[in-house]
Design a protein around this ligand. Structure first.
Ligand code: HGY
Ligand code: MN
Ligand code: MN
Length: 398
């Protein structure tokens, strides 16, 4: 299933599946078929989230399971889909065991978590939780299309931000299975572990403005080169992150709009992604980076503009729900481990309407956001056994 889904891409020869793209529609059709085969009633909401619902008893509470179906560019096949497909197999296991759950279940394939097209992530889970705000709808992609316009187009010309799919009281929780995307489980020789907290994250689009000019006739001392200013800042970002324990900071995209090889860059635009488990230390680092940018701009005669495109505080997973998940990890794997997630996940948003727990699965070399991302069938089998055990115990105790 992961291989087949991993073959659905907007790009030949690589896996790229972004928000509201043709590949997303094809992926939703395929996963929707698998959800129906698992006995779920399937719908796609106006934000493109794919929702499979197992209605046991109207009025009963609902347990949410799921993850995201969108990918970064040139992605691996596991980041996201594991958390959407494994619940379908776990429900299959319960059916084979003749186990009827006393609560409703929804398996969600969120339409956008990575923030590739609009530089802001979680658009799917924000739509599902009733969080989509005017500011977000006004954000533009590289072609100048706004989130709102893209959603209008996706919905045949009309779109209004949906209300939350559920009220907090209706939900038992949200459990997401996801590859660890880090080296800890592999180093501890564990197939799975549970997540204690998800790091906070700030993302920006930063624009440096200098003056374009002729590459051949403009003396170096007269230049106001936007790209070299941005490049100096990128190195300054790296230096601050290297000397601040627990801080990670990344410039993943940099571009010279309408640049040309024989023109001094008049403008340079780059992304900035800053994370830390502590919100206080992340914010302190951002103040430091702001000062460094100002110093570079002044010295080089440049203007620098910061646009915040995403800002999420660190989120602690629900101790109670995590303890239940931990018990299943122990009974299947014998040992357990609690980890902090440096990667962001939809649980950050869903925690606004439900207690959240996450199960991490070992991935080879901790590699992710890369075509060689890999989780072994046996490790995925351990995760499936844990999820099946977790659901069965939830049913026995409800
Ligand atoms: O960027 C992240 O942490 C996640 O993969 N969206
Ligand atoms: Mn992910
Ligand atoms: Mn990811």
């Amino acid at each position: 299933m992961l291989e087949t889904l991993g073959g659905i891409s907007d790009e030949r020869g690589a896996l790229t599946r972004t928000f509201l793209s043709p590949a997303m529609r094809r992926a939703n059709r395929l996963v929707g078929t698998w959800m129906r085969e698992a006995g779920l009633a399937v719908r796609e909401d106006t934000v493109g989230n794919l929702i499979g619902r197992l209605e046991i008893r109207p009025g009963a509470k609902t347990l949410l399971l799921g993850s995201h179906l969108d990918t970064v560019r040139h992605a691996g096949k596991y980041d996201g889909p594991v958390g959407v497909l494994l619940p379908l197999l776990a429900l299959e296991n319960l059916r084979r065991r003749g186990v009827r759950l006393p609560f409703n279940v929804e398996v969600i394939g969120f339409s956008e978590e990575e923030g590739v097209r609009f530089d802001t992530g979680y658009l799917g889970s924000e739509g599902y939780c009733g969080w989509l705000k005017a500011g977000t709808l006004a954000m533009k992609d590289a072609a100048g299309v706004t989130v709102g316009a893209a959603l209008k187009d996706f919905n045949g010309g009309r779109f209004k931000p949906p209300p939350a799919a559920h009220r907090r009281g209706e939900l038992l929780g949200y459990v997401e299975v996801h590859i660890e995307q880090g080296p800890v489980l592999e180093a501890r020789r564990l197939a799975v572990g549970v997540v204690a907290a998800i790091a906070g994250q700030s993302r920006f689009r930063i624009t440096w403005t200098g003056r374009a000019g002729h590459a051949g006739t403009t003396p170096m001392r007269l230049r106001r080169d936007a790209l070299t200013g941005a490049a100096e800042f990128a190195l300054g970002i790296e230096a601050v992150a290297r000397r601040t324990p627990g801080l990670v900071a990344t410039v993943g995209v940099i571009e010279v709009p309408s640049g040309a090889g024989n023109v001094i860059p008049g403008e340079a635009v780059h992304a900035l992604d800053v994370r830390h488990a502590s919100d206080r230390l992340r914010r302190r680092a951002l103040v430091k980076l702001g000062r460094i940018a100002q110093t570079i701009a002044r010295r080089r005669g440049l203007a620098v503009k910061w646009e915040r495109t995403q800002d999420n505080s660190a989120v602690a997973c629900s101790p109670a729900l995590t303890a239940r998940l931990n018990r299943s990890v122990k009974s299947v794997q014998g040992r357990t481990l609690k980890l902090v997630s440096g990667a962001g996940h939809d649980g950050v948003v869903v925690s606004s309407i439900a207690p959240v727990a996450m199960l991490f699965v070992r991935c080879r070399g901790g590699l992710s956001h890369h075509p060689d991302e890999f989780a072994s069938p046996s490790d995925l089998g351990v995760a499936l056994a844990v999820l099946t055990d977790f659901l069965q115990r939830m049913g026995e105790e409800k």
